[in-house]
Structure formats: structure tokens, C-alpha cells
Ligand binder design. Structure first.
Ligand code: PLP
Length: 439
């Protein structure tokens, strides 16, 4: 398989990332261990911004922090000039602790609580992406109480089916997200937002899905939204300053995936929005996008130690690692596919085909089926690639297994950015049965 970013195989035959030998990283920090290639995150961040700058288009590239959020990660994203998309009070809190500039934070979610909206208003964040009528009314009233104005986008569902897994498609009409563009909901939301003295309607947002390998869906979504804008412009005397086309740019988990370069997604979006606004005589809006997976996905690698092995004669060889669905739920949840190599013998040719099992008490806890590897031995180090997005952020303590640590590697240096959980952390919130607690 093709290695990503700074990953290479060194003279000892070990996988090296960010100039750091992964065998040494495993010795220093233990396994399982998430390793992030910082140079690759920077490269991707710059690639998404490049075409906007080249073509002189006002923009915001907001990192969708649901993919992987931590204080250090958000500080890195800020260093690279990106904005930030958060979807919960917890993600917003992380951004605040990271000192992320509030005006560059956008708040998403289909069921934001009153407490979360108040928190967003208290911190005067840049924009709230309003998802439904309940939120629109609640936000108006909260702003009224505080006598405060807030910038909003309306999330619309343009009825586009992106070619992706059902569970991660969000742009079709039958979705829990957003105001429907076709059935009049979006127009009603526009009218309500414009009536409010407290809501400053900047424009529209849509997110058509995830792991998208073509530009057609994005362009169609842009055309549909601009078409409606054109219908509404004389009725409401309103044209959007911002068009947010969401995230969902695909990445290469295995050689089956053929992603486009970030620059291509962005360039085609820009050209389409320019063409369409010109055709409809609309002002050119700022274009915002929200990549998550494509900024961090292939920058992350998980290192595991190999433990037990079970052979079912003539059927399968199971090789178990010291992690699994706790640190990467995606294979069990979506049937997601991953690629891996033996990090401590990365220069050896495959000798057998094995299936990588996790250590959880679940038959479904399988990380990879049918992976060609050199003959494995206990304590060999397995590197599973492309685990930077939706792995740590979806990690759990199922079976009371502590979450692994996270390290950043860059220019031959590693730094711990999230510590390994301890058994004490696991029982930190537990209250013994013998203790009488009054709430
Ligand atoms: C509204 C919104 N924006 C951005 C993203 C990021 O998507 P991705 O990580 O596929 O780029 C998501 C993912 O679910 C989302 O729901």
C-alpha cells in the first residue's frame, strides 16, 4: 500500500512517521497509541485554503472538530489559519480552553440545548448554524433576553444523495438535519430569521454526506440553494453573504478509495458558485467549507501490540491486538475498511493472510478482515493507517478499557497531547453503593 504524508520505512525496517521510529514510540508511550503526522495535517490545511487564496475568493475553512478534538489539535488548526466547527457544548468548551478565537467558531447541531446556546452567546462565537424552528425561536428569545445580536446560517437539506454509506448521508430530504429546501420550510425559516431584530442571517449551510469522491453533489447543492435564493431575493430583499457547502471530502482508507485533491474540490466549487451567481445576477458570496476527516484522517495511525492468535483450520487465522472497537468503532459501526502493516518488520514481504481481532468481548470486534502480513508473532507492532478521524473522538470505555494516549510527531520529535487513561480515571465518577449521596 501507498504510505501517506511523512510515513516511510527506515533502515531498520521500521515504520517511521514524522521522523520518529514507531517502534521507539511504542516503547516510550505504550500501545495502543494514536500517532498524528503534524506535517500532513498542515499540508491538508494549506491545500484547502490554497485555491480560495489563488482565486481571490473570501472564505472560511472550518475544521469540523468532531473528527478529532483536543486542546492541542485545535491550537494546531488555529496556527494554520482555519476556523472551527463545533457541535456540542463539550466541543465548544475544548475550543475555549484552547483559546480558539471565538469569532472563528461555528456552532452546529440538530438539538442544541438552551444551555449550549447560552454558552455560545456568552462567548460571542462567530456564527450559529440554525438547524430547525425550535432552535430558531429559542435563539431569538435568548438573544432578546440578553439584548444581543448573533450571526446565523440556516442549515438546509437540498435533497442531494451523495454516493456514500447510508448512515453517513445527511443531505437527502429524509434527514434529521436542517430545513427542507423543497417543501417550503427553508423559505419560512428565512422569513422568520429576517423578522428577528436579533438574528443576523448571513446565509445558508448544507452538508451532503461524508467520504465523497466526486464534486457533482457539491455543485448540485450549490446550484439548488442559489436557485432558491434567486426565487426569494425580491420577496425578502435578501441575498446571502455566505454559502457554506459543508464537509465530506473523501480520503483513502484503502487502495479502493480514490479521493480528489482538496484543491480540486475547492476550485470546482468556486467556479460553479461564480458561474451560477453571474448567471442569476446575484452577488458572489463568501464560500465556507468544513472538512473534518480530510484534514486529519490519513494523518492518524494507531499502533497496536499483537497478542494472541487463533487458527480455525482451512478457514481463518485470527490475530488479536491490544485495542479494537474501543479505539476504532468504525469497522463495527459502518463496516469501514482499513489497511495496516507490521510496523517493526515493515520491509518484510507478506507470508500469510490474517484477520485482525480486537480485545473486546464482542464477536463483531474485528478491525480488519483478510490482511496480508509477514508471519506474526506475539509483541509484533501493528500499524493501522488512516485512524485520525472519528476514532479517538468516538472512542469508548466499553469493557472498562482505558482510552489510549495521542502523540503528535513532527521533524523527529514526538509530543504527548492526550494522556493514556488510567484505571483510576475509569472509576473517577463512580459512587460506591455504601456511600449515601443526596442530589
Ligand atoms: C455539518 C457537518 N459539517 C462537516 C462535517 C465533516 O465531515 P467530514 O469529516 O466527512 O469532512 C460533518 C460530518 O458529519 C457535518 O455533519
Amino acid at each position: 500500500m501507498q504510505l501517506s504524508g511523512t510515513a516511510t520505512i527506515n533502515r531498520k525496517g521500521h515504520l517511521e512517521i514524522g521522523g520518529c521510529d514507531t517502534v521507539k514510540l511504542a516503547e516510550k508511550y505504550g500501545t495502543p497509541l494514536y500517532v498524528y503526522d503534524v506535517a500532513l495535517i498542515r499540508k491538508r490545511a494549506r491545500a484547502f485554503q490554497y485555491m480560495f487564496e489563488k482565486l481571490g475568493v473570501k472564505h472560511q475553512v472550518a475544521y469540523a472538530s468532531k473528527a478529532f478534538s483536543s486542546v492541542a489539535m485545535l491550537q494546531l488548526v488555529h496556527e494554520e489559519g482555519l476556523s472551527l466547527d463545533v457541535v456540542s457544548g463539550g466541543e465548544l468548551y475544548t475550543a475555549i480552553v484552547a483559546n480558539f478565537p471565538a469569532e472563528k467558531i461555528h456552532f452546529h447541531g440538530n438539538n442544541k440545548s438552551e444551555e449550549e446556546l447560552k454558552m455560545a452567546l456568552d462567548h460571542q462565537i462567530g456564527c450559529i448554524v440554525v438547524d430547525n424552528f425550535h432552535e430558531l425561536h429559542m435563539l431569538h428569545h435568548l438573544c432578546q433576553l440578553k439584548n444581543q445580536k448573533v450571526n446565523i446560517l440556516l442549515r438546509v437539506t437540498p435533497g442531494i444523495e451523495a454516493h456514500t454509506h447510508d448512515y453517513i448521508s445527511t443531505g437527502q430530504e429524509d434527514s434529521k438535519f436542517g430545513f427542507d429546501l423543497q417543501n417550503g420550510q427553508s423559505e419560512t425559516a428565512v422569513a422568520l430569521a429576517l423578522e428577528s431584530k436579533f438574528l443576523n442571517l448571513l446565509g445558508f449551510h448544507c452538508h451532503i454526506g461524508s467520504q465523497i469522491f466526486e464534486t457533482t453533489g457539491f455543485l448540485l447543492a450549490a446550484r439548488k440553494i442559489l436557485g432558491k435564493v434567486n426565487e426569494w431575493k425580491d420577496i425578502y430583499q435578501f441575498t446571502p453573504e455566505v454559502l457554506n457547502l459543508g464537509g465530506g471530502f473523501g480520503i483513502r482508507y484503502t487502495d479502493e478509495d480514490k479521493p480528489l485533491p482538496p484543491e480540486q474540490y475547492v476550485e470546482e466549487m468556486i467556479l460553479e458558485v461564480k458561474r451560477e451567481t453571474k448567471r442569476l445576477a446575484l452577488p458572489m458570496p463568501e464560500i465556507w467549507i468544513e472538512p473534518g476527516r480530510s484534514l486529519v484522517g490519513d494523518a492518524g495511525t494507531t499502533l497496536y501490540s499483537i497478542g494472541s492468535r487463533k487458527e480455525v483450520p482451512d478457514i481463518r487465522k485470527y490475530v488479536a491486538v491490544d485495542g479494537g472497537m474501543n479505539d476504532n468503532i468504525r469497522p463495527a459501526l459502518y463496516g469501514a475498511k482499513y489497511d495496516a502493516i507490521m510496523a517493526n518488520r515493515a520491509d518484510e514481504k507478506p507470508k500469510e493472510v490474517v484477520s485482525i481481532a480486537g480485545k473486546c468481548c464482542e464477536t463483531g470486534d474485528m478491525l480488519i478482515w483478510d490482511l496480508p502480513l509477514p508471519e506474526t508473532e506475539t509483541n509484533d507492532l501493528l500499524a493501522v493507517f488512516c485512524t485520525g478521524a472519528y476514532c479517538y473522538s468516538m472512542a469508548s470505555n466499553y469493557n472498562r478499557i482505558p482510552r489510549p494516549p495521542v502523540v503528535f510527531v513532527e521533524n523527529g520529535t514526538s509530543r504527548l497531547i492526550i494522556k493514556r487513561e488510567t484505571y483510576d480515571d475509569l472509576v473517577r465518577l463512580d459512587i460506591p453503593y455504601s456511600e449515601k449521596t443526596t442530589i
